[in-house]
Design a protein around this ligand. Structure first.
Ligand SMILES: Cc1cc2nc3c(=O)[nH]c(=O)nc-3n(C[C@H](O)[C@H](O)[C@H](O)COP(=O)(O)OP(=O)(O)OC[C@H]3O[C@@H](n4cnc5c(N)ncnc54)[C@H](O)[C@@H]3O)c2cc1C
Ligand SMILES: Cc1cc2nc3c(=O)[nH]c(=O)nc-3n(C[C@H](O)[C@H](O)[C@H](O)COP(=O)(O)O)c2cc1C
Length: 747
């Protein structure tokens, strides 16, 4: 077996030594353009978890690496003149050069051939006769470029700028500094990696970079600038360069990781932003996985590649998602500059969603308690603090997300609806949103959808509202909608969004584009249609008030009528209601204004938006911010940040817990308006985390409330919180199962 690793970074060297261990007869060569002992950068960090993998796979390197380590457990966040310390995190730092020397030494010991000073321009010239070629030549991989048609790489340069410096200042914690000056905002990621040296990465957004003149600065000038900016922290220590220049982080992904006998590994295959300190870990874990795959397939290269990719890809994608969340936090850090230092620190710590409030409690109970008590000022968990919108006080931060029940006849809510909503109201959420309620018969998604277009609808809704008000402290909201081009379709369980087989009614939309190719073609709305629909909204809003609803939400999401105006994918109009962002927003805002005008001033209004279409050419973050600003100016009190469902192929790019919270964070902190986060939020810990970190004010849960109408009560029990207001008297008996003095049951 002849193996050539192109690139002598952590992945190439570690693979080479592990493979030589399992196949001592193999000829393993590493080709590296640098001289031995020469490399870029300073120190890298490993988590405690990574170290245990290294120990399992090669004890001598693990021992050598851990001997050279600087270990620490705290994270210090310096912001607005304060320093907040969170402990219990567990990292180790090592000089990148030291790590490479250890790996090189072990390679030599095992008989790997190391060739330095060897630039590999055309890999085929250096790998003749090789059974296996490892393309571990880093982020700018030439092999990946040469085989681009097979690997199909995507390289995404990110927005922020960074420079990787060192210093002799000895940090005793992973340290973040944030500094603002006349040019903008700059942050530092710093940590010690040996007895007397620390990594010091300075990062900033493009605007700050340009305004500070760093685009034209030499390395020396950049260092002088950073030394001045962080002088109070450096206390006279110098910043040091090692091939240091301002860069943009590039997120690398590849559709395929292998071609013939060539396989991508480490940064050549995928990158993860340095702010989650996982690039070296991923690279070395790739090496472990490929060696294992080769052993498991009896060194059948093709089968091993397939096994390696199957095993590694999901792990890599999860890490890249966390890295993406993390880098976006740092890119947009200016968004959080008005936050109190405590919330800012918690937002930073939870940025990639790997650390939640409960997880932080395990790491550092004192710090978690500091954050909680800063937020609530009482003994309550964050999710059980009230929230006020105009004159409406919600008792807690849980919202029953609107869910169509497809169980009405000609729009009329019936006993099913009464029971369904009454049960959820008794469960104790702060706010219960009723399902999308249509403003006319033609506005219904399906024949089973609920409406507010006949006087008997108003009476049926009033019965539900009255029960909610008289038997619970839950507030109740109506979501008004019009299905647009997604109208006249089957019940969800008979074929979601599929056209009816018979009994269709005419449909309208921003543009005459059918939802599915075989769906009805909607009529493009003219001004008369717009006036008629607006009048339907106004009448339905007046009736919602008469029925006693506490809050009114306008449905501007999920590809329905008003959303069809907002997205460029569904609005191709050439008139004043299409084209530019202003044009696309014009009609939805007109409807919002008309409804706000009749909805009482003391009662709040919300708007549910699709903050992304999950498709190229769809709604952008800039569109979302502009829409939220325009709604806020028109008296909207809270934005419910949902996503997608614009077209049949709009699928989440990433699906995971709290996967849409990014947009709630964006809207809340850019526009300074309260928000509701929604999307795979499933427990109290996640709600506490979102609320404490300032990513949302309220959290809407849909499917969890189908499974458990008493979600809020259950969350209170899980958190030992006995004071849930509105706990129905007959249900008080469950309180003895909570910690604290027993409550004696009577009767
Ligand atoms: C600022 C910054 C901070 C980071 N901090 C951390 C951290 O704290 N923790 C962490 O785990 N990771 C960190 N990383 C990421 C980490 O450096 C990389 O993920 C890791 O080095 C990837 O290893 P690799 O072997 O795949 O690639 P590399 O380390 O880039 O190694 C590739 C090697 O290939 C050689 N090479 C490239 N092209 C050729 C060629 N044509 N011919 C011959 N040789 C070639 C290069 O000289 C290099 O030695 C950081 C990255 C950056 C940019
Ligand atoms: C059965 C069902 C019906 C839904 N109906 C509506 C609706 O009427 N209006 C709306 O805005 N969203 C509706 N949604 C979307 C949910 O409100 C919510 O945004 C989505 O399910 C994600 O939340 P979850 O992960 O907590 O389920 C519906 C979801 C489900 C599961």
């Amino acid at each position: 077996m002849k193996v050539v690793c192109v690139g002598g970074g952590p992945s190439g060297l570690y693979f080479a030594l592990l493979y030589k261990k399992v196949r001592p007869d193999a000829q393993v060569t590493v080709l590296e353009r640098n001289k031995a002992g020469v490399t870029f950068g300073w120190g890298v960090v490993f988590s405690d978890e990574t170290l245990s993998y290294l120990e399992e796979n090669d004890r001598p390197t693990h021992e050598a690496i851990t001997k050279a380590f600087a270990h620490w457990t705290a994270i210090d966040i310096h912001y607005k003149g304060t320093c907040l310390r969170s402990d219990g995190h567990g990292f180790s730092g090592i000089a990148r050069r030291e790590l490479l020397l250890i790996l090189q030494e072990r390679c030599r010991e095992l008989g790997v051939e190391l060739v330095f000073d060897c630039e590999v321009d055309d890999y085929t010239k250096h790998t003749a006769g090789a059974d296996l070629v490892i393309a571990c030549d880093g982020v700018k991989s030439k092999i990946r470029e040469k085989l681009a048609s097979s690997f199909k790489p995507s390289l995404e340069p990110r927005h922020a700028r960074y420079i990787w410096l060192g210093t002799k200042k000895k940090f005793d914690a992973f340290t973040f500094y944030f500094a603002e000056n006349e040019h903008g905002m700059f942050q530092v990621h710093a940590y010690r990696f040996d007895a007397d040296t620390s990594t010091f990465i300075v990062e900033c957004d493009e605007e700050s970079f340009q305004r500070a003149g760093l685009a034209k600065a030499t390395t020396e000038e950049s260092i002088a600038y950073c030394e001045k900016l962080f002088a109070e922290h450096l206390k006279g220590e110098k910043l040091l360069a090692n091939k240091s220049e301002w860069m943009r982080f590039v997120t690398v992904k590849n559709e395929a990781w292998s071609h013939d006998n060539v396989v991508l590994m480490g940064d050549a295959a995928h990158t993860a932003h340095f702010s989650i300190g996982s690039g070296t870990k991923l690279a070395m874990e790739d090496s472990i996985a490929l060696v294992k795959a080769l052993v498991d397939t009896n060194h059948d290269v093709k089968k091993a590649f397939a096994l390696y990719e199957t095993e590694r890809r999901p792990i890599v994608e999860r890490t890249q998602k966390a890295a993406q969340d993390s880098l976006q936090w740092f890119e947009n850090v200016k968004r959080y500059r008005e936050m109190d230092p405590t919330q800012f620190a918690f937002s930073l710590l939870t940025r990639s969603k790997r650390i939640t409030y409960d997880n932080l409690k395990l790491r550092d109970a004192g710090f978690a308690e500091h954050v909680r008590s800063w937020f609530t000022k009482t003994a309550a968990p964050a999710m059980f603090t009230p929230f006020k919108l105009r004159e409406l006080t919600l008792e807690n931060r849980v919202v029953v997300s609107p869910m169509c029940m497809y169980s009405a006849v000609d729009g009329l809510p019936n006993e099913f609806h009464f029971t369904h909503y009454s049960a959820r109201a008794l469960g104790g959420p702060g706010l219960m949103m009723c399902e999308m309620t249509d403003v006319s018969r033609e506005a219904r998604i399906s024949p089973g959808c609920a409406g507010m277009y006949l006087p008997e609808h108003r009476a049926a809704w009033k019965r539900i509202v009255d029960f909610t008000h008289s038997h619970s402290k839950t507030k109740i909201g109506m979501q008004l909608g019009h299905a647009g081009r997604k109208a006249s379709t089957k019940l969800m369980w008979e074929g979601s969004d599929r056209p009816l087989e018979s009994g269709n009614w005419p449909i309208i939309s921003a543009s005459p584009l059918p939802y599915f190719p075989d769906s009805q073609i909607p009529k493009e709305m003219d001004r008369a249609d717009m006036d008629a629909v607006k009048a339907d909204y106004v009448r339905a809003a007046e009736w919602a008030e008469e029925a006693g609803f506490d809050l009114l939400e306008l449905h501007l999401a999920h590809g329905y009528l008003l959303a069809s105006f907002l997205s460029p994918l569904t609005n191709v109009r050439k008139d004043a209601y299409g084209g530019s962002r202003e044009g696309r927003m014009r009609y939805p805002l007109e409807v919002f204004e008309a409804v706000r005008a009749v909805w009482p001033k003391n009662k709040p209004m919300s708007a549910r938006i699709s903050a992304t279409d999950w498709l190229p050419g769809g709604v952008t973050d800039e569109d979302v911010v502009a829409l939220a600003r325009a709604l806020k100016e028109r008296g909207c009190d809270v934005i419910d940040c949902s996503a997608g469902m614009t077209t049949p192929d709009s699928r989440p790019k990433f699906y995971g817990r709290m996967y849409q919270a990014y947009w709630s964070d964006l809207v809340r902190n850019e526009v300074k308006i309260p928000t509701i986060a929604v999307g795979n939020i499933s427990n109290g810990d996640q709600i506490n985390t979102l609320v404490l970190s300032g990513r949302a004010d309220l959290c809407a849960l849909a499917r969890p409330h189908l499974a458990n109408p008493h979600f809020t009560m259950t969350a209170a029990i899980e958190q030992g919180w006995r004071e849930l207001p509105g706990w129905p008297d007959p249900y008080g008996i469950v309180k003895p199962i909570l910690p604290g003095p027993p409550i004696v049951a009577r009767g």
